[in-house]
Design a protein. Structure first.
Ligand code: SAM
Length: 191
Protein backbone atom coordinates (compact mmCIF):
# COMPACT_ATOMS: atom_id res chain seq x y z
CA UNK A 1 0.00 0.00 0.00
CA UNK A 2 1.26 3.48 -0.85
CA UNK A 3 2.00 5.68 2.15
CA UNK A 4 0.50 9.19 1.81
CA UNK A 5 3.11 11.92 2.26
CA UNK A 6 2.26 14.10 5.27
CA UNK A 7 1.98 17.73 4.14
CA UNK A 8 4.42 19.97 5.99
CA UNK A 9 2.90 23.01 7.77
CA UNK A 10 4.96 25.52 5.76
CA UNK A 11 4.02 23.85 2.49
CA UNK A 12 0.37 23.82 3.58
CA UNK A 13 0.55 27.53 4.51
CA UNK A 14 2.00 28.48 1.14
CA UNK A 15 -0.61 26.52 -0.79
CA UNK A 16 -3.47 28.15 1.18
CA UNK A 17 -1.87 31.59 0.77
CA UNK A 18 -1.67 31.04 -2.99
CA UNK A 19 -5.30 29.91 -3.12
CA UNK A 20 -6.54 33.10 -1.32
CA UNK A 21 -8.98 30.91 0.60
CA UNK A 22 -9.30 29.80 4.22
CA UNK A 23 -8.98 26.20 5.35
CA UNK A 24 -12.47 24.70 5.68
CA UNK A 25 -11.95 23.41 9.25
CA UNK A 26 -12.68 26.75 10.93
CA UNK A 27 -15.88 28.73 11.43
CA UNK A 28 -16.75 32.23 12.56
CA UNK A 29 -19.04 32.56 15.58
CA UNK A 30 -20.39 35.51 17.53
CA UNK A 31 -19.13 35.21 21.13
CA UNK A 32 -20.50 38.18 23.09
CA UNK A 33 -20.75 41.96 23.00
CA UNK A 34 -17.30 42.28 24.60
CA UNK A 35 -15.25 40.07 22.27
CA UNK A 36 -17.52 40.25 19.23
CA UNK A 37 -16.83 37.48 16.75
CA UNK A 38 -14.21 34.75 17.01
CA UNK A 39 -12.92 31.78 15.04
CA UNK A 40 -13.42 28.18 16.18
CA UNK A 41 -11.94 24.86 15.06
CA UNK A 42 -14.46 22.34 13.74
CA UNK A 43 -11.96 19.46 13.93
CA UNK A 44 -8.82 18.75 15.99
CA UNK A 45 -5.74 20.67 14.84
CA UNK A 46 -2.30 19.12 15.40
CA UNK A 47 0.47 21.11 17.13
CA UNK A 48 2.54 22.94 14.52
CA UNK A 49 -0.15 22.81 11.83
CA UNK A 50 -0.91 25.78 9.61
CA UNK A 51 -4.18 27.36 10.73
CA UNK A 52 -5.11 30.53 8.81
CA UNK A 53 -3.55 33.46 7.02
CA UNK A 54 -4.00 36.92 8.52
CA UNK A 55 -5.00 38.26 5.12
CA UNK A 56 -5.03 41.93 4.27
CA UNK A 57 -3.32 44.67 2.34
CA UNK A 58 0.49 44.90 2.64
CA UNK A 59 1.54 48.50 3.28
CA UNK A 60 4.71 50.26 4.34
CA UNK A 61 4.22 51.53 7.86
CA UNK A 62 4.48 55.11 6.54
CA UNK A 63 1.58 54.53 4.13
CA UNK A 64 -0.39 52.82 6.85
CA UNK A 65 0.11 55.65 9.33
CA UNK A 66 -0.94 58.25 6.75
CA UNK A 67 -4.36 56.61 6.49
CA UNK A 68 -7.19 57.37 8.86
CA UNK A 69 -8.64 54.51 10.83
CA UNK A 70 -11.27 54.40 13.55
CA UNK A 71 -10.19 52.98 16.92
CA UNK A 72 -11.94 49.70 16.01
CA UNK A 73 -10.33 49.53 12.54
CA UNK A 74 -6.87 50.13 13.99
CA UNK A 75 -7.09 46.85 15.94
CA UNK A 76 -6.97 45.12 12.54
CA UNK A 77 -3.51 46.56 11.69
CA UNK A 78 -0.56 44.24 12.28
CA UNK A 79 2.87 45.89 12.15
CA UNK A 80 6.00 43.79 11.74
CA UNK A 81 9.66 44.02 10.77
CA UNK A 82 10.82 42.57 7.49
CA UNK A 83 14.11 43.30 5.73
CA UNK A 84 14.91 45.96 8.36
CA UNK A 85 11.76 47.94 7.59
CA UNK A 86 8.45 48.17 9.33
CA UNK A 87 5.45 46.93 7.37
CA UNK A 88 1.80 46.58 8.10
CA UNK A 89 -0.92 44.16 7.12
CA UNK A 90 -4.11 46.20 6.99
CA UNK A 91 -6.96 43.74 7.58
CA UNK A 92 -9.50 46.44 8.42
CA UNK A 93 -11.64 45.64 5.38
CA UNK A 94 -14.52 43.22 6.06
CA UNK A 95 -13.54 40.77 3.34
CA UNK A 96 -15.02 37.58 4.79
CA UNK A 97 -11.61 36.10 5.66
CA UNK A 98 -11.27 34.37 9.01
CA UNK A 99 -7.69 35.21 10.07
CA UNK A 100 -8.65 38.82 10.78
CA UNK A 101 -11.31 37.64 13.24
CA UNK A 102 -8.94 35.67 15.49
CA UNK A 103 -8.93 37.18 18.99
CA UNK A 104 -6.10 37.97 21.39
CA UNK A 105 -4.87 35.67 24.16
CA UNK A 106 -1.75 36.87 25.92
CA UNK A 107 -1.65 34.24 28.66
CA UNK A 108 -1.91 30.91 26.86
CA UNK A 109 -2.46 31.28 23.11
CA UNK A 110 -3.02 28.19 21.01
CA UNK A 111 -1.44 29.75 17.90
CA UNK A 112 1.52 31.89 16.96
CA UNK A 113 1.97 34.16 13.96
CA UNK A 114 4.86 33.75 11.52
CA UNK A 115 6.00 35.51 8.42
CA UNK A 116 5.76 33.35 5.32
CA UNK A 117 7.51 34.81 2.30
CA UNK A 118 5.62 33.97 -0.88
CA UNK A 119 6.76 35.36 -4.23
CA UNK A 120 9.07 37.79 -2.38
CA UNK A 121 6.25 39.27 -0.28
CA UNK A 122 5.69 38.68 3.45
CA UNK A 123 2.41 37.06 4.44
CA UNK A 124 1.34 36.52 8.06
CA UNK A 125 0.18 33.03 8.96
CA UNK A 126 -1.10 31.45 12.15
CA UNK A 127 0.28 28.08 13.23
CA UNK A 128 -0.95 25.93 16.13
CA UNK A 129 1.40 25.78 19.13
CA UNK A 130 -0.55 23.00 20.83
CA UNK A 131 -3.25 20.47 20.06
CA UNK A 132 -6.47 22.41 19.42
CA UNK A 133 -9.59 20.37 20.11
CA UNK A 134 -12.69 20.69 17.92
CA UNK A 135 -14.92 23.47 19.26
CA UNK A 136 -12.00 25.50 20.70
CA UNK A 137 -11.58 29.19 19.93
CA UNK A 138 -8.45 30.01 17.91
CA UNK A 139 -6.30 32.75 19.45
CA UNK A 140 -2.80 34.23 19.48
CA UNK A 141 -0.86 36.84 21.39
CA UNK A 142 -1.36 40.25 19.74
CA UNK A 143 1.96 41.45 21.22
CA UNK A 144 2.89 43.68 24.11
CA UNK A 145 0.76 46.74 23.35
CA UNK A 146 -1.66 47.97 26.00
CA UNK A 147 -4.87 46.71 24.46
CA UNK A 148 -7.94 48.06 26.27
CA UNK A 149 -9.52 44.65 26.88
CA UNK A 150 -6.36 43.50 28.68
CA UNK A 151 -6.50 46.30 31.20
CA UNK A 152 -9.70 44.81 32.58
CA UNK A 153 -7.69 41.73 33.65
CA UNK A 154 -6.10 42.48 37.03
CA UNK A 155 -4.46 39.31 38.37
CA UNK A 156 -1.47 38.91 36.11
CA UNK A 157 1.49 40.79 34.72
CA UNK A 158 2.51 40.73 31.06
CA UNK A 159 5.68 38.69 30.41
CA UNK A 160 8.90 40.70 30.71
CA UNK A 161 9.87 40.19 27.06
CA UNK A 162 9.91 43.20 24.79
CA UNK A 163 10.25 41.28 21.56
CA UNK A 164 9.16 37.92 20.30
CA UNK A 165 10.72 35.71 17.73
CA UNK A 166 8.95 34.98 14.52
CA UNK A 167 10.07 32.55 11.92
CA UNK A 168 10.51 33.25 8.26
CA UNK A 169 9.36 30.54 5.93
CA UNK A 170 10.57 31.31 2.46
CA UNK A 171 8.77 30.04 -0.61
CA UNK A 172 11.41 28.76 -2.98
CA UNK A 173 11.42 31.24 -5.91
CA UNK A 174 13.26 28.77 -8.14
CA UNK A 175 10.32 26.37 -8.26
CA UNK A 176 6.69 27.23 -8.81
CA UNK A 177 4.02 25.99 -6.47
CA UNK A 178 4.54 25.30 -2.83
CA UNK A 179 8.14 24.32 -2.13
CA UNK A 180 9.98 26.26 0.55
CA UNK A 181 13.01 26.50 2.71
CA UNK A 182 12.48 26.89 6.41
CA UNK A 183 14.92 29.10 8.27
CA UNK A 184 14.65 29.71 12.00
CA UNK A 185 15.44 33.36 11.56
CA UNK A 186 15.01 35.54 14.60
CA UNK A 187 13.01 38.69 13.92
CA UNK A 188 11.42 41.38 16.01
CA UNK A 189 7.65 41.28 15.99
CA UNK A 190 6.04 44.58 16.81
CA UNK A 191 2.37 45.33 16.99
C1 SAM B 1 -8.72 41.91 15.06
S1 SAM B 1 -10.27 42.13 15.80
C2 SAM B 1 -10.77 40.47 16.14
C3 SAM B 1 -12.20 40.21 15.67
C4 SAM B 1 -13.26 40.86 16.49
N1 SAM B 1 -13.57 40.05 17.65
C5 SAM B 1 -14.51 41.14 15.67
O1 SAM B 1 -15.60 40.67 16.01
O2 SAM B 1 -14.39 41.87 14.66
C6 SAM B 1 -9.80 42.83 17.33
C7 SAM B 1 -10.98 43.19 18.20
O3 SAM B 1 -11.50 42.03 18.84
C8 SAM B 1 -11.77 42.26 20.21
N2 SAM B 1 -10.89 41.36 21.00
C9 SAM B 1 -9.85 40.65 20.56
N3 SAM B 1 -9.34 39.89 21.54
C10 SAM B 1 -10.08 40.13 22.63
C11 SAM B 1 -10.04 39.64 23.97
N4 SAM B 1 -9.14 38.75 24.38
N5 SAM B 1 -10.97 40.09 24.84
C12 SAM B 1 -11.91 40.99 24.45
N6 SAM B 1 -11.99 41.50 23.19
C13 SAM B 1 -11.10 41.06 22.30
C14 SAM B 1 -11.49 43.72 20.48
O4 SAM B 1 -12.74 44.39 20.41
C15 SAM B 1 -10.64 44.16 19.30
O5 SAM B 1 -10.94 45.47 18.92
Amino acid sequence: MLKRKRIQPAEDAISWVLSSRDKPCFIEKYIDSNKGRGVFATQPIEPGAFVLEYRGELLSVEDCRSRHYSEKQSTFLFEFLWQNRLWCIDASKEDGSLGRLVNDNQKSPNCTIKKVIVHDKPRLCLFAVKLIEAGTEINYNYGNSKWPWREKMTNWQPPAVAVEETQIIQADPSSPGVSYTDSANSQVKEL
